[in-house]
Design a protein around this ligand. Structure first.
Ligand SMILES: C=CC1=C(C)c2cc3[nH]c(cc4nc(cc5[nH]c(cc1n2)c(C)c5CCC(=O)O)C(CCC(=O)O)=C4C)c(C)c3C=C
Ligand SMILES: [Fe+2]
Length: 524
């Protein structure tokens, strides 16, 4: 792959305005053992990330990451994988030979669309189980070994039915459904207004991964509206395989099969946690909440991020943890500039299932802080920009209760960003800055279908992501062949799983061996 960068010629478009500020280069996050060029720094600071800009005299394996203080060390191989995988859309754009992005008008006759990707949430209690089914049926959430892929849907059915009562309780306690759709729609509306004020008229669409309006519905509307340029913007500040990755994978499959979309120009903003506007907006919210404490300087700032299974980071190279840590560093730097020098910590919440998730866990950390005599805690939800069940129920109710029991005397919580104007305006800037690059990789329908030439950024992003991605261990696997203890254990578990699935299928469909043999139903 061509590793050199060909700067588009016009200073008006390269580097885009967001790249030019040195202040965006995080001070403490990554150490590069070899000299790093300006272009590398420029790429790094918008999340294109370093490997996008690596040139031939920097060996790939020379990338080492180590946080200067506080955080645990990140394995260089994981970081390298992450940099490789997620930097592609803009690498493709920088190396595109066919089109000079500087000569293209931002809007012109084009109809611009912005597709906001988000998770989606059940709107009523009846929606909870089918919503959970959609979530667990996603192979980016539960990845089974190839041999067991056929069990994905029965397993999703099984887990969703088992989990639904607990989830329903949670949703009932926050008013009977998720506020996510309402908030995301409001963000879309505000983003549209902000783009218009910045002289970039655009339609903004919402595509949810697991509930209405589904991504497929948004795409249908985009086609009906005749959009010619699309900016894909996942509403997750940090990239994870399980969130933005999953939505982009879905989008890729939709694009691949559609005449209209194959030809539509698009680009993806894979993550944007490092943008100045976002960091400032987060710092503003924290500063404001700190003022509500009697002694603001004594408050421990507690960043709580949604967790992911550890294997995502360690086996599959998910950049989520690295991005999260860097994001916290940037917010802390911004606070320090404002002379706010509080202690802080980062922990991961909301784990599901039996496998190990990213640590430290939020609940254990709260207990630990209590034991260490911390009296004032300010919780900052960091992985998501809307209020949702995990802020309104898990943080506001469960963790608050735990904190008070653990000896914390005063508890506060920073609200999610929602429609906060600095944040929305920054999202609008991110969209505008990406426009010169939209479609730089688009190829004709014919080429795309005949030679598997990448369709554009979504596919390009995922192709590399897949080519380097090792198989994620399933929630409970790593298979060993032979008559080993592990094999016995896993064979046993697989057999139990198969029996359970068959039982569930029998009970739900009313057909199967037990019915044939007259064992079920038990009571006629
Ligand atoms: C960055 C944010 C998120 C990551 C990473 C993430 C990974 C992840 N989530 C689950 C399982 C569940 N998530 C659920 C709800 C949920 N998840 C996120 C965000 C991230 N998930 C949000 C914003 C929400 C709430 C949506 C809402 O309705 O308000 C749920 C359902 C709720 C519950 O039962 O607890 C599950 C289950 C996994 C397994 C995972 C990584 C593999
Ligand atoms: Fe989740």
């Amino acid at each position: 792959m061509n590793q050199s960068i060909q700067n588009p010629s016009s200073s008006a478009t390269f580097p885009p305005p967001c790249l030019s500020s040195a202040s965006r280069i995080p001070k403490s996050s990554l150490l590069f053992p070899r000299a790093i060029s300006t272009s590398q720094r420029i790429c790094r600071c918008i999340g294109v990330q370093m490997d996008a800009c690596v040139n031939s005299n920097v060996p790939k394996n020379s990338v080492v990451a180590k946080y200067s203080s506080g955080w645990s060390e990140i394995q260089s191989s994981n970081l390298k994988q992450s940099l490789n995988k997620y930097s592609l859309p803009l690498r493709a754009l920088f190396t595109s030979k066919n089109q000079d992005v500087s000569s293209k008008p931002l809007v012109g006759d084009e109809k611009i669309g912005v597709l906001l990707l988000n998770l989606g949430g059940p709107e009523t209690l009846e929606d909870v189980q089918p919503f959970l089914f959609n979530l667990f049926a996603d192979p980016d959430i539960i990845r089974l070994p190839r041999l067991f892929r056929f069990l994905q849907k029965p397993l999703a059915q099984f887990i969703s039915v088992l989990r639904a009562p607990k989830s329903k309780e949670g949703y009932a306690s926050i008013g009977g459904g998720s506020p996510l759709r309402r908030i995301t729609d409001a963000q879309a509306e505000e983003l549209k207004k902000s783009l218009c004020e910045k002289n970039v008229p655009a339609e903004v669409y919402v595509g949810m991964r697991y509930w209405h309006p589904f991504t497929e519905e948004a795409i249908e509307q985009i086609k009906r509206d005749g959009i010619t340029k699309l900016v894909v913007l996942p509403l997750y500040p940090q990239f994870s395989i399980s969130t933005s990755g999953s939505s982009l994978r879905l989008l890729e499959s939709i694009f691949r099969e559609d005449e209209y979309l194959v030809n539509m120009q698009h680009t993806v903003i894979p993550s944007w946690y490092q943008r100045e506007g976002y960091i400032k907006a987060m710092a503003d919210l924290i500063e404001k909440e700190l003022e509500k404490f009697d002694n603001p300087e004594k408050v421990v700032i507690f960043f709580s991020a949604h967790g992911v299974p550890l294997a995502y980071v360690e086996e599959a190279g998910d950049p989520y943890k690295a991005e999260m840590e860097e994001c916290v560093d940037l917010i802390i730097e911004e606070l320090e500039k404002r002379k706010i020098n509080n202690s802080y910590t980062l922990a991961y919440q909301s784990r599901v299932g039996p496998v190990e998730w990213l640590k430290p866990y939020t609940d254990e950390t709260i207990i630990d802080l209590g034991k260490r005599g911390v009296k004032n805690l300010l919780a900052v939800p960091i992985s998501f920009v809307s209020e949702h069940i995990e802020t309104l129920e898990e943080i506001d109710v469960e963790y608050k209760e735990l904190a008070l029991k653990s000896g914390i005397e005063k508890w506060g919580r920073v609200p999610a960003l929602g429609c906060e104007p600095t944040f929305i305006s920054d999202l609008a800037d991110a969209v505008i800055e990406s426009l010169p690059y939209v479609g730089a990789m688009a190829v004709s329908n014919l080429e795309a279908r005949q030679s598997l030439v990448p369709l554009g950024s979504v596919e390009e992003l995922l192709a590399v992501y897949d080519s380097q991605r090792r198989e994620l261990p399933a929630p409970v696997t790593v298979w060993e062949w032979g008559w080993t203890k592990s094999a016995e254990t896993w064979n046993g578990r697989a057999a139990m799983l198969a029996v359970l699935v068959l039982l569930v299928l029998e009970v739900t469909t009313g057909e199967g061996f037990l019915h044939q043999w007259g064992i079920l139903p038990l009571f006629r």
